[in-house]
Structures are given as C-alpha cells and as structure tokens.
Design a protein around this ligand. Structure first.
Ligand code: GLN
Length: 193
C-alpha cells in the first residue's frame, strides 16, 4: 500500500485527493515539512503558484520538498504545480521565493492566456490510448524540455513531460473523469526507467 501526499496550501488539491482515493490510494494533505515523512510520492496541484510560494515560505516547505525530490521522492506537478517543479521560469515573477524544482525544464507562466481562454484538448499521450482530454486553465507552457522526456504535445509545444519519477503537466488531469494519468504515476512509483 502506498501513501501519496497532495500539496494542499491552495488550489485544486481536493480534486487530486478524490481521484487518488477513487484509485484506492491512501492520500493525505501536505502543508508543512513534517507531512513529507513517510510519503511514497507527492502531487502538486494547479492553482496559483504565486500564492503557493508565499504560503510555503514560513515553514521552508519547498526547500525540504526540493531536497526530498532530489533524493528520489516521485512528484507530479500539474499546472501551477508544474511551475513549482520547473528548474527555470521565463519571467521573474516568483524570484526571491523558494520553489522545490527538480524538473529540468523551462516554463512560461500564463502562456495559454486568461481564465476565459481556458480550453479542453484531446492529447495523444505516449503509451496511452485513447486520447486524454486535457483541461488548460491559465496554463503554463513548457518552452524548453532539457533532459525531460516529452510524453504529449499540443500544437507542437510539450504539455506533459517526465524525468525519471518527476512528472509535469501544463493541464489539469484531476478535473476530468479520466484517472489514467494518476494511475500511471502510481503504477510507476519506485521504477526509475
Ligand atoms: N496561472 C497559474 C500560475 O501561474 C497556474 C494556473 C493553474 O494552475 N490553473 O500559477
């Protein structure tokens, strides 16, 4: 039995907890460094990354989380969560705040436009048929993929990447009925290939 954490400072963490529970996975909220103990993996949800970095700062949560990820803790960042995991951002809006990092990509915040420009797109994900409907909301774009493997693209841009056990997606896999991406993240826990 694995235990996953879901970063629960702000944003769509309840939806991730619901999906994980529906898969029979024990999942608990992470808001403080001590909540990282005993986890087999963590999901960083969508929401507002600029709020999350501020809420995490007082306890140093993201410094601890970054250390754990570099030590091998599997992590999956969706949307704002991807921004937190990205090693590089194209703008300096979060400069001065700790982020965990761990994913060798460059990300542009809000590159897919405003809230009212949100959209759902069918994504062809490596190893997954049929297509996965990805929900994009003020989504970040992965503009440089470094050493990460690209698992899906939309209009040519990478929207789902994986580097070992660290995953990042521009979209919200927790908002649709499709649980295959969560299931795949869980299935691969502990496998480095
Ligand atoms: N635009 C948000 C940010 O920069 C992310 C949006 C989302 O998570 N849906 O943090």
């Amino acid at each position: 039995m694995v235990t996953l954490g879901v970063l629960a400072l702000q944003g769509a963490f309840r939806e991730h907890l619901t999906v994980l529970n529906s898969l029979g996975v024990e999942a608990r909220k992470v808001t403080r460094p001590e909540h990282l103990e005993g986890l087999d993996g963590i999901i960083l949800p969508g929401g507002e990354s600029s709020a999350m970095v501020r809420l995490a700062a007082p306890t140093g949560l993201f410094v601890h989380l970054g250390e754990r990820i570099r030590d091998g803790l599997p992590a999956f960042g969706t949307c704002a969560g991807l921004i937190l995991l990205a090693d590089r951002l194209t703008d300096d809006t979060l400069t001065g705040f700790d982020r965990p990092g761990g994913l060798d990509v460059t990300v542009a915040r809000n590159a897919y436009g405003r809230q009212r420009e949100s959209f759902v797109a069918p994504l062809e994900i490596t190893g997954m048929t049929p297509d996965f409907d990805g929900t994009f909301i003020r989504a970040p774009q992965i503009v440089e993929t470094g050493s990460a493997e690209v698992l899906a693209r939309h209009d040519g841009a990478a929207v789902l990447v994986r580097q070992g056990n660290v995953w990042g997606g521009s979209f919200h896999p927790e908002l649709g009925p499709d649980t295959r991406l969560h299931a795949e993240f869980v299935r691969r826990l502990g496998h480095d290939d």
